[in-house]
Design a protein around this ligand. Structure first.
Ligand code: F6R
Length: 615
């Protein structure tokens, strides 16, 4: 989603901003731009599409001396919300070529503001909500306000979720920033200041970071930083020393980040496990902190893949710990007036820690009086900072837009929460706890074995690459995986895909079956497999192309399948307890190889953003 970077007080600021924008590319965007002030002039360069288009333009302009050297610059990668993908709608947006704004979020009351500004003679060149910001700044500066005062008046006018930076030719050594629900980090340098949508985007410039809190605004000067809270009270926010992640963010010999992230699961999952299992069977989760002083229900909120992880978590926690779990889409939770009867604890799940829907659900849970916990990958993210208790997946940066290693690592923690709660409320005996922890330790080699299904998966990918629609089926623990498999396929290959609980097919979705529609089922011998095979048979009788990803015993029971992917033989308990973890590997590989066959942009699929910071 939109990315913001700014540099103040360094030579070649525009170039440094572009380097920061490159680090935000993974978030997803469809246009980009930069602006700087030099010799009293505001210069703006923008382009549609990838950053390479912007850098080429910048390069040409610099060569032809059209673009001047500068020590202040702002930059932006835009993920279109209001207004289509176009040069005009790309940021920075300007007013009278004197003010430039880069903005992440949505100004909800922009229509009324635009009407007022138009009546005052301001000319709108874009269809964005953002363009009200430069014109509002212009209006207040013309009235004699300095940048800080103008910024404060703008903040009084606007409603919504935002993080923005304002730069003005009238104040060439200052930047004004503010945030409300959208992420923003300020970096401190020697005689320089930096701004980024995340700390990583400026970690080539500094490792000293301050995160603004919601409602904060700040005035940055080369040698000074003043931060104010929403009541204009001067505040100091904690300086955090971060570690540059530059070395970690490479494709490591793979052609795509997603491919690398699928294959590194054997290495990163033990990182997750080892921080939660000590002395072989001790689960290191503080359930008092978690809000489980006594046995109560748990509410889980998340979005997308993290939501599907939550669904698996519900099955595990109910089965293993006998604790009722409600799983809700974060985007629905706070708008549906949920009852918290019987609940004391909320768990949100988020790779980025920045999904606005999830953040809002978390804040709402807090308001309702719940203890809030998060399974989160990005330490220091907004969700991590606001929650009462964080459980880190620790799988390193995930750059591919499609979530892979974060899904499996979220599952690892959810399984351990189930076991830990089972222990706490005496639902498990000591030997059972030990056994379940042992299962977790077997995971890396099992994942390595599952990765060996790749050649079989490639054949399936070739066969379904031209399908118009694909159906995924699963039952029990593999039902959420059917949903996840379908999401993964549609988001990176753009093939329409739906996941269903196998038993639900006959209640409606079976009407979709026609000759050669691929029906992909994840199946494991868990005692219920015969029921699922009957569901598959029903699809087969209506002409579907049956693709079965299963263990040998299940495959033998379904000789009618057109394609099979045989998964390795694992111990029964391991296989049936951890089936969603195991089967997520072929689900990820399948989406990846279909996308490759179709030649789509695997790591940055169209229209998608890694970090979804609008509601
Ligand atoms: C799918 C995917 C998204 C995210 C969702 C939540 O592959 O990546 O569906 O899972 O946007 O993101 P986080 O986990 O960062 O809150």
């Amino acid at each position: 989603m939109c990315g913001v970077v700014a540099v103040l007080g360094k030579e070649n600021a525009s170039q440094l901003v572009v380097e920061g924008l490159k680090k935000l590319e993974y978030r997803g965007y469809d246009s980009a731009g930069i602006a700087s002030v030099s010799q009293g002039l505001l210069q703006t360069i923008k382009s549609e599409g990838k950053l390479v288009n912007l850098t080429q333009k910048l390069h040409r302009s610099t060569k032809e001396k059209l673009y001047l050297n500068n020590s202040i610059a702002v930059g932006h990668t835009r993920w279109a919300t209001h207004g289509n993908i176009s040069f005009e709608n790309a940021h920075p947006l300007t007013s009278e070529n004197k003010i430039a704004i880069v903005h992440n979020g949505i100004i909800e009351n922009f229509e009324i503001l635009k009407k007022d500004l138009t009546s005052l003679g301001y000319n709108f060149k874009s269809k964005t909500d953002t363009e009200v910001l430069p014109h509002l700044f212009m209006k207040y500066i013309k009235l004699g306000n300095d940048l800080l005062e103008a910024g404060r008046l703008v903040l009084k006018d606007i409603k919504g979720a935002f993080a923005f930076v304002a730069m003005s030719v009238d104040f060439p050594n200052q930047l004004f920033v503010s945030r409300n629900s959208s992420p923003l980090a300020i970096g401190l340098g020697d005689n320089a200041k930096f701004i980024g949508s995340d700390a990583h985007s400026i970690d080539h410039l500094t490792q000293r970071i301050i995160y603004l809190e919601d409602g904060d605004h700040a005035l940055l000067k080369i040698n000074n930083l003043d931060i104010f809270d929403k009541d204009y009270k001067k505040v100091s926010r904690k300086i955090i020393n971060i570690h540059a992640e530059i070395g970690l963010i490479t494709k490591g010999g793979y052609n795509h980040f997603m491919e690398k992230e699928i294959f590194e699961q054997t290495v990163v999952l033990p990182q997750t496990t080892s921080s939660f299992i000590k002395n072989k069977s001790e689960i290191v989760i503080d359930f008092d902190k978690f809000g489980f002083k006594k046995k109560q229900s748990l509410i889980i909120c998340a979005a997308g893949t993290s939501y599907y992880a939550g669904m698996v978590g519900k099955y595990w926690i109910e089965q293993i710990a006998d604790i009722p779990v409600i799983v809700d889409l974060a985007s629905e939770y706070r708008y549906r007036k949920p009852s918290i009867f019987g609940q004391s604890s909320m768990l949100v799940i988020s790779q980025s820690g920045e999904s606005l829907d999830t953040l809002m659900a978390l804040r709402y849970g807090k308001e309702l009086g719940l203890k809030t916990n998060a399974i989160v990958n990005v330490e220091g993210s907004t969700i991590d900072r606001e929650v009462d208790y964080s459980l880190y997946t620790r799988v390193g940066p995930e750059i591919g837009v499609a979530s892979t290693k974060s899904f499996t690592s979220q599952l690892v923690i959810l399984f351990l929460i189930a076991v830990g709660l089972g222990k706490r409320f005496n639902n498990l005996k000591t030997f059972q706890i030990k056994k379940k922890c042992q299962l977790m330790n077997m995971l890396p080699s099992a994942v390595a074995n599952m990765l060996e299904t790749e050649n079989q998966i490639k054949l399936v990918a070739k066969n379904i690459k031209n399908s118009k629609s694909v159906i995924f089926l699963g039952r029990g623990l593999l039902y959420p995986l059917a949903l996840e498999g379908a999401l993964k396929l549609k988001e990176i290959s753009y093939i329409h895909a739906e996941g269903f609980a196998a038993g639900e097919m006959k209640h409606g979705p079976i009407a979709l079956i026609e000759e050669n529609v691929p029906v992909i089922m994840f199946l494991i011998s868990d005692g219920n497999e015969n029921k699922s095979i009957s569901n598959l048979q029903e699809a087969h009788s209506r002409g579907a192309k049956i693709i079965l990803i299963a263990d040998k015993k299940c495959i033998d029971k379904a000789p009618f399948a057109h394609f099979t992917v045989e998964i390795p033989d694992f111990e029964n308990e391991f296989q049936s307890s951890l089936s969603p973890l195991l089967m997520s590997i072929p689900a990820q590989l399948l989406a990846f190889h279909v996308a490759k066959e179709r030649g789509t942009d695997v790591d940055q699929p169209r229209n998608l953003a890694k970090s979804v910071t609008v509601e």
